[in-house]
Design a protein around this ligand. Structure first.
Ligand code: DHB
Length: 307
C-alpha cells in the first residue's frame, strides 16, 4: 500500500491531485463523465460577491503549447452559490475548496465570512492573481503589502484552511509568498497564468477582447516548476504546484521540486478524465522507487548546489 495522503492546513487529502480553479466549473459538470471524488479535493471557479458575466468574447485563444484565457471572473456570485450551487454539490464527498476573488479587501472578507459558516466548504483559495480584471486580481497579488492586508483580514475571520494563489507576473515571487505566509496563509498555490497575447496578422487585431490574457498549459510548466522550487525553499508552508501539468511524470516533477500537492488545469480541456488515470501511474512509480508515502517525494531534489 502506498500512502498518497497529504495535509494542506487542517485538511487531510487522500491524494495530492486537485483540479485548478476555473478549469472545472463547480465540479458538477464533470460528474457526468467520471467520479470527481477521486480527486484529493476539488476547487471551484473563482467566486465574487456579485454575479459576473465576465469579459467580452473572444476570451479564449489557442497557442502552440498552451491556451490564453481572459474570462474575467465570470461566476454565479455568492448568493446563488450558497442558495443553489451548493445543493448540486451534495454528492461530492471529497473536500470542496472555494476559490474567492474580489475588487476590495472588504469583498474578500465578506465572501470568506459567509463561506466559513458552511459545513460543506472545507477551505478557500484566495485569488490575488487573476490577470484579466481591471480592479483587484493581479494588481493585488503583485504588491506584498496589499497581499498581506487581504490575507491577514481574511485570517481574522476564517479559521479553516486558507490557501493563497500567487501570480508569476512579478519580479520576485518569494517576497509575495513571504508576505502571504506572514499574514497567516496555511498554504500557497502557484503559479497562476502567465501574462501573454496573440495577434491575427491579417486583421492586426488581438485574438482576445482584452488584448492580453493568461497563458496556461505545457508552455508554462518549466516556469512554474522553477517558481515552486524557489518558494518551497523560502517558506515553511505546503506548496500546491500549478502550471502545465499534463502527465503523471509532471506531477512527480512538481513534488520533487517542493510541492506537497498539485492542481491540474488545462488538461481538463484536452482530456477531462486524464487526471484520474495518473493515480495508478504515480503509485507504480512509488512502488518501483521504494517510496511508501508520497510526502517522501516533496523537496527531494538531488542537486549539489541545492542550498
Ligand atoms: C481568471 C483567469 C485566471 O487565470 C484566474 O486565475 C482566475 C480568473 C479569469 O479571467 O476569470
Amino acid at each position: 500500500m502506498i500512502d498518497l495522503s497529504v495535509s494542506i492546513g487542517s485538511l487531510k487529502l487522500k491524494n495530492p491531485l486537485l483540479p485548478a480553479s476555473g478549469t472545472f466549473g463547480y465540479g458538477t459538470e464533470m460528474m457526468k463523465f467520471y467520479d470527481v471524488n477521486q480527486y484529493g479535493a476539488i476547487i471551484t471557479k473563482s467566486l465574487t460577491l456579485e454575479a459576473r458575466s465576465g469579459n467580452n468574447m473572444p476570451r479564449i485563444a489557442e497557442t502552440n503549447c498552451g491556451m490564453l484565457n481572459s474570462i474575467g471572473l465570470a461566476n454565479v456570485g455568492l448568493d446563488t452559490f450558497i442558495n443553489k450551487t451548493l445543493d448540486t454539490l451534495q454528492n461530492i464527498t471529497t473536500p470542496i475548496i472555494v476559490n474567492i476573488a474580489g475588487s476590495t479587501i472588504d469583498e474578500y472578507v465578506a465572501i470568506a465570512r459567509q463561506l466559513s459558516s458552511l459545513r460543506k466548504i472545507k477551505g478557500i483559495e484566495v485569488n490575488v492573481s487573476c490577470p484579466n480584471v481591471k480592479q483587484g486580481g493581479m494588481a493585488f497579488g503583485t504588491d506584498p503589502d496589499i497581499t498581506s492586508n487581504i490575507v491577514s483580514s481574511i485570517r481574522k475571520i476564517y479559521d479553516k484552511t486558507l490557501i493563497v494563489k500567487l501570480s508569476p507576473n512579478v519580479t520576485d515571487i518569494g517576497i509575495i509568498a513571504q508576505s502571504a505566509v506572514d499574514a497567516g496563509a496555511d498554504a500557497l498555490s502557484l503559479i497562476n497564468t502567465v501574462l501573454g497575447m496573440r495577434i491575427d496578422i491579417n486583421t492586426r487585431k488581438p485574438l482576445l477582447s482584452t488584448i492580453t490574457g493568461g497563458l496556461s498549459g505545457p508552455a508554462i510548466k518549466p516556469i512554474a516548476l522553477a517558481k515552486v522550487f524557489q518558494v518551497a525553499k523560502s517558506v515553511d508552508v505546503p506548496i500546491i504546484g500549478i502550471g502545465g501539468i499534463t502527465s503523471w511524470e509532471d506531477v512527480i516533477e512538481f513534488l520533487i521540486a517542493g510541492a506537497t500537492a498539485v492542481e491540474i488545469g488545462s488538461l481538463h480541456f484536452i482530456d477531462p478524465s486524464g487526471p484520474q488515470l495518473m493515480l495508478d501511474e504515480i503509485k507504480n512509480y512509488c512502488r518501483k522507487n521504494s517510496i511508501h508515502k508520497i510526502t517522501e517525494l516533496t523537496n527531494s531534489l538531488e542537486a549539489e548546489n541545492n542550498d
